[in-house]
Design a binder for this molecule. Structure first.
Ligand SMILES: NC(=O)c1ccc[n+]([C@@H]2O[C@H](COP(=O)([O-])OP(=O)(O)OC[C@H]3O[C@@H](n4cnc5c(N)ncnc54)[C@H](OP(=O)(O)O)[C@@H]3O)[C@@H](O)[C@H]2O)c1
Length: 159
């Protein structure tokens, strides 16, 4: 199964200058809780800009560059082939950004872990593809600076 984890501001802003627009400890804790000992997938830009290394997770980094092989992670050079191969697996693969990876993975995702940040931030990257109408809310937790929701993709009415 493909899922994704993302934090968005009220206008679906997700990033600025290669980094997160905000620093919210509770949100980072949630990310850790949701991804610990799981398979996570992220783009080369997001991986290389992580402030520290993510321990205790199985990490796949997406890059077209055949020379790109950072230590301790798997690399896939073809995101779409990866998504096609794993979409029906029992194992969950959590897409963790950034923008280009979310956009390409969005149609494959059946579940989403989304932090809706309450305040609007200065951003240069938005997740405009995200549509709340595509999802049912199955869990909700309110924090001071954001509302966390777990979402399941609505069944396609034509299927
Ligand atoms: N708010 C959130 O929850 C959240 C989470 C994560 C990231 N972000 C933000 O998102 C922004 C980064 O997004 P981004 O779009 O610039 O970068 P990105 O998605 O992290 O990485 C882009 C890179 O992924 C590789 N790639 C993309 N599509 C591919 C494909 N089909 N096959 C193989 N490789 C592929 C390419 O790497 P090569 O150039 O090496 O080929 C591309 O340069 C940052 O501001 C970051 O903070 C926000």
């Amino acid at each position: 199964m493909i899922s994704f984890s993302v934090a968005v501001d009220p206008r679906y802003g997700i990033g600025i200058k290669g980094s997160l627009p905000w620093h919210i400890k509770e949100e980072l804790k949630l990310f850790r809780r949701n991804t610990l000992f799981k398979h996570i997938v992220m783009g080369q830009t997001t991986y290389d800009n992580l402030p520290g290394k993510l321990k205790d997770r199985y990490i796949t980094v997406v890059s077209i560059d055949p020379e790109y092989h950072p230590e301790g992670v798997e690399v896939t050079h073809d995101l779409i082939a990866f998504l096609e191969e794993h979409q029906d697996d029992e194992t969950e693969y959590i897409i963790c950004g950034g923008a280009s990876i979310y956009r390409q993975s969005y149609p494959y995702a059946k579940k989403a872990y989304v932090s809706f940040i309450k305040k609007e931030y200065e951003v240069d990257t938005r997740l405009e593809i995200f549509d709340p109408q595509d999802w049912d809310i199955v869990k909700e937790e309110e924090y001071e600076e954001f509302i966390y929701r777990e979402l399941i993709r609505k069944e396609d009415e034509n299927s």
